[in-house]
Ligand binder design. Structure first.
Ligand SMILES: O=C(O)c1cccc(C(=O)CC[C@H]2O[C@@H](n3cnc4c(=O)[nH]cnc43)[C@H](O)[C@@H]2O)c1
Length: 236
């Protein structure tokens, strides 16, 4: 489980029972819950998140105990009216919003330049179960390197990503690290602020952290059970 900062990690950890221990690795420090779930405060932004998630995944694989699933979780911006403050969003798609080239004719995603990826798709069975048990909204979660701060930018993102419900700064980085090691990935965002004109007074970080803890209270058993079973329909 990768969050950006320790306060998000601890909000998620509350949902996992038992005594936690700290595990220090080269490039990452994990909090290991009593139930064996590893939580990582991976850093803010896609690059930091990818680097520390990759370090943790590689250490587990080399140690002979590879992970079965990677989850990126945290607070995020919500696109109104679909994702109001305090709501929970589960990623049908994890997409990077600003990886590409600006041209006179508009934005070109990096894939149209012939490189890499711009989206990753969590397993359908996991998304469906996560939405069912949490009551979360399902949508595309965008990863941005610059927090959206104007109505014009929010509208531009929605025009390019009509299914977008939330934005954060780490999901795509975590997903790139997971997919590079053949692992499934999911993103869960609790909405702390609307995506749009910058208004720090409107942030509701405490409410979003509470929504994260409550959501993972319901999600934790689903994640554990999902990892234990094969999901042939997801491989099609
Ligand atoms: O200074 C601002 O106006 C501002 C507005 C929203 C968020 C920030 C952050 O620095 C938070 C970064 C942190 O939290 C996640 N997050 C929360 N809300 C958003 C958002 O609207 N857009 C993107 N990321 C958001 C993010 O994943 C980071 O970990 C500052």
């Amino acid at each position: 489980m990768a969050t950006a900062v320790p306060v998000e990690r601890d909000a998620v950890a509350e949902a996992f029972p038992g005594d936690a221990e700290q595990v220090r690795l080269p490039g990452a420090t994990l909090v290991r819950s009593g139930g064996g779930c590893d939580l990582l405060a991976a850093g803010v932004g896609p690059a930091a998140a990818a680097a520390s998630t990759a370090a943790a995944l590689t250490a587990a694989a080399l140690g002979g105990t590879p992970y079965g699933l990677v989850v990126c979780a945290g607070i995020g911006g919500g696109f109104l009216p679909g994702a109001p403050v305090g709501s929970l969003v589960v990623s049908g798609t994890i997409a990077v919003a600003d990886l590409g080239a600006e041209t006179a004719d508009g934005f070109l995603p990096v894939t149209e330049l012939g490189f890499g990826h711009v989206a990753h798709h969590p397993p359908e069975s996991l998304v469906r179960e996560a939405v069912r048990v949490t009551g979360a909204r399902r949508g595309t979660v965008l990863t941005v390197s610059t927090v959206t701060g104007t109505a014009a930018r929010a509208a531009e993102l929605r025009a390019r990503h009509p299914d977008a419900l939330a934005e954060g700064m780490e999901g795509f980085g975590v997903a790139e690290a997971a997919v590079a090691q053949g692992l499934p990935v999911l993103e869960v965002r609790a909405v702390s602020n609307p995506v749009g004109p910058r208004d720090r007074a409107a942030w509701r970080i405490g409410d979003a952290l509470s929504a994260l803890t409550a959501g993972f209270g319901k999600l934790a058993p689903v994640l554990e059970s999902w990892i234990q079973h094969d999901h042939p329909d997801d491989h099609a």
